[in-house]
Design a protein around this ligand. Sequence first.
Ligand SMILES: Cc1cc2nc3c(=O)[nH]c(=O)nc-3n(C[C@H](O)[C@H](O)[C@H](O)COP(=O)(O)OP(=O)(O)OC[C@H]3O[C@@H](n4cnc5c(N)ncnc54)[C@H](O)[C@@H]3O)c2cc1C
Length: 243
Amino acid sequence: MRTTAVRDGDGYRLTGHKVFSSAGPFADFAIVVARMAGTEEESYSAFLVDLDSPGCRVTDGATPMSGEHIESDIVLDDCRVPAANLLGEEGKGLRIALGRVTVNRLLHCPSAIGAARRALHLTRDRALTRTVNGKPLLALQAIQHKLADMAADLYAARSMTYAALAALDRGEDVRTEAFMCKLFVAESAFRLLDEAVQIHGKDGLTQGHEIEYLFRKMRMFRVLTGTSEIQRNGIAKGLATLA
Ligand SMILES: Cc1cc2nc3c(=O)[nH]c(=O)nc-3n(C[C@H](O)[C@H](O)[C@H](O)COP(=O)(O)OP(=O)(O)OC[C@H]3O[C@@H](n4cnc5c(N)ncnc54)[C@H](O)[C@@H]3O)c2cc1C
């Protein structure tokens, strides 16, 4: 994080550029984590920044491969933020940001599970209705096995997400479980969509087909809200405390 915050009287001045800020086109404010300038040790603080503040610009930014454009770049150029907009204590911003990430990660999983379920249903229907050599695709054991693996992946992804969310509701610390859910849900949804494309044949490769869109969307989920590699790093750190 290269965005910096400099103390300025009873406030701060922020300078930096954040790409891919979700909900940027319609958000009123952003939570910005910035490095405190002039401190020897790395120290980060979190701020609520009104996006119509002088010195703050919200620009279009790049379009991701899903084709949906709900992100913006947020450009801060000596943007003044009053002290009242400091979130928590100065220097504790990273803890605030990372604390929020566990819940955020878990809340993204149901969207991916929904997309995977939709893909499984479309693929099952396709295998029932598409005939080759006078028989439905579903009569082929090779296709049955693919669908069986897809269904098992989906069931596992959904079960572990429900279990982690229930534990979160009980007030338990689910940091490691959230890493596991994000990793497994993203990887299994991508596997499932890859097979869905395969079973759909040329239609799965055709722009504008729902399966083609879901494939691109699930490909992104292996990077968004923390890449699969970062989830594995987190799980490895949590191994010592696993029951
Ligand atoms: C559509 C979209 C929306 C987004 N919305 C937001 C948002 O609202 N807020 C926000 O803050 N960010 C957002 N992001 C950013 C997103 O979280 C990052 O793109 C993602 O975390 C990966 O970071 P990076 O792109 O800098 O990749 P890099 O960090 O450059 O990683 C590149 C590769 O190196 C690997 N890698 C990096 N570090 C390690 C490591 N320590 N160990 C092992 N492997 C490693 C990664 O796993 C990856 O495979 C969004 C991105 C997109 C595309």
